[in-house]
Design a protein around this ligand. Structure first.
Ligand SMILES: [Fe+2]
Ligand SMILES: [Fe+2]
Length: 177
């Protein structure tokens, strides 16, 4: 992954992938919100707040893509559809599964954001600025959801492993599409 980032235009590629990822995050929360209305009313405010953050993140990256006259990533549809289905699925499972999903996604995302900042160095200050602008929110999503998810049982650990793995695959694909 590091070598991919270090190619010329590395910032462009990262911005595309991050834009697609934020689109996925918006859709995860959209799916969860739909079902939380029926099953987890206590989570509605938090889910709506997180979704609003993700919409802001998506618009930060969309703005950078627009400024650079770049198309969105080809993985965007996959992130949107996959995210929405994941949101619905975990929404059916309930509050702990929703929080577990956020922790699993954010753990992977935060690692990638740090790696991206490291790999970019001084090469693309605008890209680094866009990435830095979302880190605090993602950390907050992680921390608040970790408190809600608790340590969880076997099924939650399984869910976390699947979601982390899927997130890694989507980012890997996005860097190559
Ligand atoms: Fe985000
Ligand atoms: Fe997030």
């Amino acid at each position: 992954m590091i070598s991919t980032y270090l190619n010329s235009g590395a910032g462009d590629r990262i911005l595309k992938v991050n834009h697609a990822g934020e689109h996925g995050a918006v859709n995860i929360y959209a799916g969860q919100l739909l079902l939380a209305r029926l099953r987890a009313g206590t989570m509605l405010a938090e889910l709506a707040e997180f979704k609003a953050h993700e919409e802001r993140h998506r618009s930060i990256f969309a703005g950078e893509l627009e400024r650079r006259v770049l198309r969105r990533c080809r993985s965007c549809w996959l992130c949107g559809t996959g995210g929405f289905l994941l949101g619905l699925f975990t929404g059916v499972l309930g509050p702990q599964a929703m929080a577990t999903t956020t922790v699993a996604v954010e753990r992977v995302v935060l690692q990638h954001l740090q790696q991206q900042l490291h790999d970019l160095g001084q090469a693309d200050p605008e890209a680094s600025r866009a990435i830095s602008a979302i880190v605090r929110d993602e950390q907050e999503h992680h921390d608040r959801s970790a408190a809600r998810a608790g340590s969880g049982g076997f099924l939650n650990r399984l869910l976390a492993a699947i979601v982390s793995g899927a997130t890694e695959v989507v980012i890997w694909l996005g860097m190559r599409l």
